[in-house]
Design a protein around this ligand. Structure first.
Ligand code: ZN
Length: 417
C-alpha cells in the first residue's frame, strides 16, 4: 500500500466534490451534530490544526476517484459550509477583527472566506491500483483510525440478540472458511457468513452491505435454524469445502460471495453430484487466466474481463456488482462445463445456461431453417434443445443452441407432424 501526503486547499477539495465518494462500503453514515460542524469551521477560520484525512485513490474508466477512508464528517461539513447549509455559532468571536457570529460562508468578509478557501487540509492518499486483497488492509486502517469509536459492524451484530445471530455464528465455524484467503480477524468469517445467509434469503444477488445485514438480524430474530434455507446454506458450504479441501488463495471475499450464489443455484437446479472437482478446476483456471490478463497492456485485454475487474474493485457488496460478477462466472462456468444437465422436471434452460449458449453461438440463429443465421438480441431468441427434450435430449449447454423465433416455430411444427 503506497501513501502520499499532501496539503490540499479547501477550494480544491470543494471543486473535487464530484470525484470524491465519502461513503464507500467500510464507512459509516454521517452523524455529526450542527455544533460539531460549527466547531470544525471555527477551527479552520482560526487556522488551528484539524486532523488529517485519509483517502484512497481508485482508478475508474472516467478518471481517478477518491474513496474517503477517514474524514467523512469533516469533508461533508466543509462542503455544506461552502454551500451555505449552515452558519457559524451565534456567539463566535471575531476572526482578525471581522465579525463572523451566525454568518454563512457567502456572508463572510472576503478576508475571512479567503482563509477558509486557502486552508490546507492534510490529505493522505492511499495509492492502490485497487488491489482487492488490500481491501482488508484499508478497512483495518479505517478501524484503527476510528479508535474508541470504531464501527466494527460485525462485532455489533454479534451482540444483537436473536436466532439469526446464533445461526450466523454457527455457520461461521464451517471449516470451508479456513480454506479461503482471508483470515478471521475482526470477525470476517461471521461477516461473510452473514452475507451468504442474506443472499440465500434473497434467493440470489442482493445488496449485502452492513445496513442490509443489520436489517436481516433485526427482522429474523426468530430465524429457524432448521429451516430449508438454513439447511441450504450448510449444504452449499459443504459443497464448497468438498470442492476446495485445502487453503485456496483465489478464494477472496468477493469470490466467495459469488461462488456461493453459483453453487446455491447449482445444487437446486442441476444434477450436481460429483461436480465439485469440475467447479474447483474451472474456478482456478478462470482466476489464473484473469490474473494473466491483468499483466497485459490494457488494449490487449478481454473487455469482458476489464468489466469484471471493475466489478470486483468497486462497491463489491452492492447488488449490481454481485449480479454482474455472478453472470460473468455462470457464463464462464457453463461454457467450461457444458454437459451438466438440469434436474428432471426443469426443461427450460436456466439463466446461466442461456448466458453460456448465447455467448458460445455469438447470438446467431443456429437452426437456419428460415433465416441465414440471423444475429439476435438478448431479448429475442429461444434456447432450443438440439436433441428434443421429448426424445430424451437433456437440458444442457451442449444440447442447447440459439434459435430465432421464426426458425424455432418452424422446427416445432415439423417435429409435431
Ligand atoms: Zn433462424
Amino acid at each position: 500500500m503506497k501513501m502520499s501526503k499532501k496539503p490540499l486547499p479547501i477550494s480544491t477539495i470543494c471543486s473535487w466534490e464530484k470525484r470524491i465518494d465519502p461513503t464507500p462500503d467500510y464507512q459509516r453514515p454521517p452523524a455529526w451534530t450542527r455544533k460539531q460542524k460549527q466547531l470544525l469551521i471555527d477551527s479552520i477560520l482560526r487556522e488551528y490544526d484539524i486532523p488529517k484525512m485519509y483517502w484512497r485513490s481508485v482508478k475508474r474508466d472516467d478518471g481517478v476517484r477518491y474513496e474517503v477512508i477517514d474524514g467523512q464528517q469533516r469533508l461533508r461539513t466543509i462542503w455544506e459550509f461552502k454551500n451555505g447549509d449552515f452558519g457559524l455559532m451565534r456567539d463566535a468571536d471575531p476572526v482578525n477583527d471581522f465579525p463572523v457570529a451566525g454568518l454563512k460562508y457567502e456572508d463572510l468578509d472576503l478576508d475571512v472566506s479567503t482563509i477558509f478557501d486557502a486552508y490546507p487540509v492534510d490529505v493522505v492518499i492511499v495509492d492502490e491500483a485497487v488491489q482487492n486483497d488490500e481491501e482488508d488492509e484499508v478497512r483495518d486502517m479505517f478501524l484503527r483510525l476510528q479508535n474508541g469509536t470504531t464501527l466494527k459492524a460485525q462485532e455489533k451484530r454479534n451482540a444483537m440478540p436473536g436466532q439469526m445471530r446464533d445461526f450466523v455464528k454457527q455457520i461461521s465455524q464451517h471449516p470451508f472458511f479456513e480454506n479461503c484467503k482471508f483470515s478471521n480477524s475482526r470477525y470476517t468469517f461471521d461477516h461473510i457468513a452473514a452475507q451468504i445467509t442474506c443472499l440465500e434469503l434473497a434467493g440470489g444477488p442482493a445488496s449485502v452491505r452492513d445496513s442490509d445485514l443489520n436489517r436481516m438480524y433485526d427482522q429474523n430474530r426468530k430465524f429457524e435454524t432448521n429451516s430449508p434455507q438454513a439447511k441450504k446454506v450448510k449444504r452449499v458450504l459443504d459443497y464448497l469445502l468438498k470442492a476446495f479441501p485445502e487453503k485456496t488463495p483465489e478464494l477472496e471475499r468477493y469470490n466467495v460471495i459469488t461462488l456461493y450464489c453459483l453453487v446455491s443455484t447449482l445444487i437446486e437446479k442441476y444434477v450436481h453430484y460429483d461436480t465439485e472437482p469440475l467447479l474447483a478446476k474451472w474456478f482456478i483456471e478462470f482466476e489464473t487466466n484473469r490474473r494473466k490478463q491483468d499483466e497485459l497492456p490494457e488494449d490487449d485485454r478481454d473487455p469482458k474481463l476489464i468489466e469484471y475487474r471493475r466489478l470486483t474493485s468497486y462497491s463489491t457488496d452492492g447488488e449490481e456488482s454481485i449480479r454482474g460478477r455472478l453472470e460473468h462466472l455462470e457464463k464462464d462456468f457453463f461454457l467450461a462445463c457444458p454437459d451438466i444437465p438440469t434436474v428432471d422436471g426443469i426443461r427450460v434452460f436456466t439463466h446461466g445456461q442461456r448466458l453460456a449458449i448465447f455467448r458460445r453461438d455469438d447470438g446467431r440463429c443456429q437452426l437456419r431453417v428460415k433465416c441465414d443465421g440471423a444475429k439476435l438480441g438478448w431479448d429475442d431468441w429461444h434456447a432450443d434443445h438440439i436433441l428434443p427434450h421429448s426424445k430424451g435430449g437433456k437440458t444442457t449447454v451442449s444440447n442447447g443452441q440459439v434459435a430465432c423465433i421464426v426458425c424455432n416455430t418452424a422446427k416445432g411444427n415439423a417435429e409435431a407432424q
